[in-house]
Design a protein around this ligand. Sequence first.
Ligand SMILES: [Zn+2]
Length: 92
Amino acid sequence: MTKQRQKRHVPTVGPYGFREDAPTLKAYLASGEYYRVYCKYCRRWHTHSPFEGHRLAHCDDPDSPYAPTGYNLVYAGEFTLAVWRRFSDVQS
Ligand SMILES: [Zn+2]
């Protein structure tokens, strides 16, 4: 079996580890370079460095529920059109 020369993303946990009281969100690797996470409060995608673990919320809204704790990122796969649709169709 020949394998295409494709760099497989192996998620690693970043320097901040995981924060137990923070929510955990799915992160998707975009362009092999960064994580995108859909924020249901901002209704847009926040961009982060491609490693798992705790981050400060990238929300513009200081009243975002994520603001006090930030959130944890876990790698959930490639950022594809299907992923984009799945989240963006949810107009909750
Ligand atoms: Zn946000």
